[in-house]
Design a protein around this ligand. Structure first.
Ligand code: DX5
Ligand code: ZN
Length: 213
């Protein structure tokens, strides 16, 4: 079985010490870092944007997993691609033309992800599964770290898996801890995002190991 990809979310990191916080999760075994971009429209919170991704890119070789929680993502794909994102995940609910966004991301040679919010059924994403690299299943309402895992949402994982090409990455984001991680991986997820569980732990390495198996 392939290893679960752990993507620590810097939303729960200390923003004054981002370089140290990112290096610390890499030393603790993570290869990806999850960057939550929020616009105050698609979600009721504002976080970070293009300049921060650019600064992170200059300082790390980690795989930059960029989660865009923004309206009209097509307007900003080029900027995030040039800033150095490796994977750009947009929300299915945020655009009228998902196919165009997929093609746009691919035109910059970046990996493509699509995310669905808790109320969006798994069936809605099935038509896109063979065109993308990753599906991100939200197990909290996007906008904030530290919320409780919504068990019902995890039941979308097997539906997606049944319909997915073999190499699709199925990622879960929201309320991931040592217990909910096992639920997700046993249902078929192979990538987990975790913010508060990792950055709220004083030992990042054991937190990441707990999520990996
Ligand atoms: C929520 C973000 C998550 C968030 C997860 O909108 O997409 O990536 O950082 O935080 P935790 O792991 O604390 O639920
Ligand atoms: Zn996220």
């Amino acid at each position: 079985m392939n290893k679960t990809i752990i993507s620590p979310s810097i939303l729960s990191a200390d923003f004054m010490n981002l370089e140290t916080e990112i290096n610390a999760v890499q030393e603790a075994g993570a290869e990806w870092v999850h960057i939550d971009v929020m616009d105050g429209h698609f979600v009721p919170n504002i976080s970070i944007g293009v300049p921060v991704v650019k600064s992170i890119r200059k300082k790390t070789n980690m795989f930059l997993d960029t989660h865009l929680m923004i309206e009209n993502p097509e307007k900003y794909i080029e900027a995030f691609a040039h800033a150095g994102s490796d994977l750009i995940t947009f929300h299915l609910e945020a655009t009228k033309e998902p196919e165009k966004v997929i093609e746009l991301i691919k035109s910059f040679n970046k990996k493509v992800g699509i995310s669905i919010k808790p109320k969006t059924p798994a069936e809605d994403i099935i038509p896109y599964l063979d065109k993308i690299d990753l599906v991100l299943v939200m197990t909290v309402e996007p906008g904030f770290g530290g919320q409780e895992f919504m068990h019902d949402c995890a039941m979308k994982i097997p539906v997606i898996k049944q319909n997915a090409p073999e190499n699709l990455i199925i990622q879960v984001d929201g309320g991931i801890n040592n217990l909910t991680a096992k639920i997700c991986t046993s249902l078929g997820a192979n990538s987990l995002v975790a913010g508060s569980y990792i950055y709220g732990n004083n030992n990042y390495q054991s937190a990441i190991e707990n999520l990996s198996h």
